[in-house]
Structures are given as C-alpha cells and as structure tokens.
Design a protein around this ligand. Structure first.
Ligand SMILES: Cc1cc2nc3c(=O)[nH]c(=O)nc-3n(C[C@H](O)[C@H](O)[C@H](O)COP(=O)(O)O)c2cc1C
Length: 376
C-alpha cells in the first residue's frame, strides 16, 4: 500500500482524485458558488494548487461586461466562457470545471457554453440532471458529476443515464443539507432534525454502485461541513473518496466576491447562520442578520422579475419572497446590508483572509506521495 496515513480512527489512503479522464493531485473539488463567488479567479487558483476548480454558472452575466441591463439570458453564455478563460489563464493545465444548477432557466445553454469554454468537469445540483449525458454527447471527455443528497436520487440518476445514454456518472457529490451552504436538497422541516446521515448516505451509494456496476470506479465525494484537515481526514476515513469544499474558500484573496462579502464571514457568529426559503422553492443556508432587508430592498425599489434566471420561481410567478439572483449579486458586489450571503454552517470559523495555497498546505501538508500520483 502506498500513501497510508494514520489518524484517530485507523488507516486509509490519501490519494489523488480520478474523475473520468482527469486526475487531480489532491482529492478536493472547490464547490461551485454563485453568484460570481467562485468565478475564474477562485476556480483557477484552486486548479493551480492541484484541486478541481469550479466556476459557478448561476447569475454569471451580472456584473459582467456582457450584460447591458436587459440581455441577461443572452449575456450568460459569453460571460460564462469569459470566466473559464480567466481560470485557464491562471492554471493552463489545471482541472477546471463548472457548476450548473439544473433549476436555471438557461441550464441547457450554459452546459453548451461550458463545453465550448473548455470545462473538463460539469457538476450539476439543485435538481436532477437527468438529461445531462444527452446534452454533452458531443464531448465525451467532459466528466459529468451529479450532486445528490440521498441514495434514492443517486440511483435514479444512475439508472436513467445508464439506460438512456449508456453513461455512468464520473463521480457523485453527496451534499449534506445539515451543513452545506447555498440551496439545499431537502425539505426545510427535515433539515437539522438529526436524521440525516452524511456518511451513511455516501456508503449507501458506494454499496449500490459496487453491487450494480462492480467494474466501474466512481468516486463518491462528501460536501458540506468540511473546513479543516481533521474534517477532511474524517470524511476519507468514513468512506468518501474526496471532498467538495466551498465556504472555506470564501475568505481568500483569490475568491471573486467583494471584500465586504468575505468580511461578513469573518464577522458572523455561529448563531447568525440559518435557513431561508428561496423563491426557487428550496431552502438555502445563509447569514441571516440582514434577511428582512433582502425582501425590503425589492419592495423599496418596486422591482419585478427582470432576469428570468430560474425555471420555477415564486418571485417570477407571483412576486412572493425576493429576487434571488439580484440579492446574491448585491452581496457579491459588497452590498451586504441587503444582499443574500450564502454560507455553510462552518463559516463562523473564518478568522482571517488567507490564500488558496495556504488552505491546500494546511489540508494536505504536501503529502500525496509520488507513487500514489503515478498509480492514480
Ligand atoms: C456562497 C455559496 C454559494 C453557493 N452556490 C452554489 C451554486 O451556485 N450551485 C451549487 O450547486 N451549490 C452552491 N453552493 C454549495 C457549495 O457548492 C457546496 O456544495 C457546499 O457549500 C459545501 O459545503 P461547505 O460550504 O460547508 O463546504 C454554494 C455555497 C456557498 C457557500
């Protein structure tokens, strides 16, 4: 065995992460963060450090040179490709991918733009990406990665992809609704009641894949609540093949958000983080101190839906709740009084703004042995 590392619970192997045709030096995906929290800069620097960097598609046109105030859906693909280009300028040989939410109105166009922009990996959550292999059939090297929160959702996707497209996922991300940031794949009333078992779900998916597709080697990745090296080692020890981390990358120099957004992470307390019902019909985890102002902003400015960013949206349909894409955009630009600041349960742990490299140094201490790299 190579690269064995001992930790409290026993021995396991810390090894590179193979997703389809690509092998990341470290078993880490940086979670996609919209709106423009993980753009080309963050994704590029994560890829440069040896992880998988993801540009998030949601709202990418906003605050870009391609958006003229009226052409949101038209501007999205170009803005998305421009961010991918930026990421590749930082890490020309890096593993750079995208996160495209299934719930987005322009999901299909953004998947096409991701391929045109050279994305190596497409990660999709906020809905079941049942049609994804069909949309990407002309680009078979692009790795396809669904995000799920249950064994059942994983089974549904795998069966559909296998039957309909003779394609299996190249990895599966399991997102824990009790800890992850952003939109969550579970009902509000169930989140945090203690029933959800993140690593039980991961092991259940691995058992299913092993039983049905014993020849396939599909990594299962833990997302949600992973902040430091101890969390990473715990996830691997519990059976995950890698981790997806998002909130930890917000307080970095390279993160694409305004300083005020990063500062909000540094200032927040554990009790400030909670759940908000998104107009997308899903709960989301965020810093809640300003939640009244988010709705008030739309009332004060007499706004109506101008972007049409989501397939289904209570704000678009009935004016209920608030415009999510502009609330996320305000936060990203530093208007944190009225913006929506998504974060995971660990965001309160942020105590300084560091660099992406420092996070990799702390998490991995440089320790993927050369033999493990070669063997991957
Ligand atoms: C600011 C922020 C924005 C996010 N935006 C997205 C998104 O656009 N699409 C998505 O699938 N997940 C999104 N997420 C979820 C993350 O990709 C990730 O899976 C999750 O936050 C992992 O938990 P952690 O933040 O505790 O590491 C977002 C999370 C945060 C904190």
């Amino acid at each position: 065995m190579i690269g064995n590392i001992n930790c409290a619970g026993g021995a396991y192997m810390l090894k590179p992460l193979k997703i389809g045709k690509y092998t990341a030096k470290y078993p880490l995906i940086q979670g996609g963060m919209g709106v423009r929290i993980s753009g080309g800069s963050l994704a590029g620097h994560v890829a440069k450090c040896g992880g998988v960097g993801l540009v998030a598609a949601a709202g990418i046109a906003l605050n870009s040179e391609f958006f003229n105030g009226r052409n949101y859906l038209q501007a999205e693909p170009e803005a998305f490709k421009a961010e991918l280009k930026k990421a590749y300028e930082i890490a020309p040989d890096g593993i750079i991918g995208v996160n495209v939410m299934v719930a987005l109105a322009d999901f299909e166009q953004l998947v096409a733009a991701a391929i045109e922009g050279g994305a190596k990996v497409i990660v999709c959550g906020a809905g079941l990406p049942l049609t994804l292999p069909g949309l990407t059939a002309h680009a078979p090297d692009v790795a396809l990665v669904p995000i799920v929160s249950s064994v059942r959702a994983a089974q549904l996707i795998v069966r559909k992809w296998d039957k309909g497209f003779h394609r299996l996922p190249d990895a599966i991300v399991v997102e824990d609704p009790d800890t992850a940031g952003g939109h969550l794949g579970e009902k509000m009333e169930i989140i945090g009641n203690g029933d959800y078992d993140q690593y039980g779900t991961i092991r259940g998916i691995k058992e299913y894949l092993q039983a049905e597709f014993p020849q396939a080697s599909i990594p299962v990745i833990a997302a949600g609540g992973i902040w430091d090296r101890q969390d990473l080692l715990h996830a691997l020890e519990q059976g995950a093949d890698g981790v997806q981390m998002a909130s930890r990358f917000v307080p970095t120099v390279e993160c694409d958000a305004a300083d005020e957004f990063k500062q909000a992470y540094l200032n927040c307390r554990m009790e400030d983080i909670g759940l908000i019902m998104s107009p997308a019909g899903l709960p989301g985890r965020a810093i809640l101190n300003n939640s009244d102002n988010i709705r008030q902003y739309d009332l004060d400015h007499h706004t109506t839906c101008r972007m049409g960013c989501l397939k289904k949206c209570s704000y678009k349909e009935t004016g209920e709740r608030f415009c999510i894409v502009t609330a996320l955009d305000r936060a990203q630009r530093g208007e944190v009084e009225s913006g929506l600041i998504f974060c995971g349960t660990n965001a309160w742990k942020a105590d300084h703004i560091g660099t992406v490299q420092e996070i990799f140094d702390e998490l991995f201490a440089g320790e993927i042995p050369a033999e493990a790299q070669k063997a991957a």
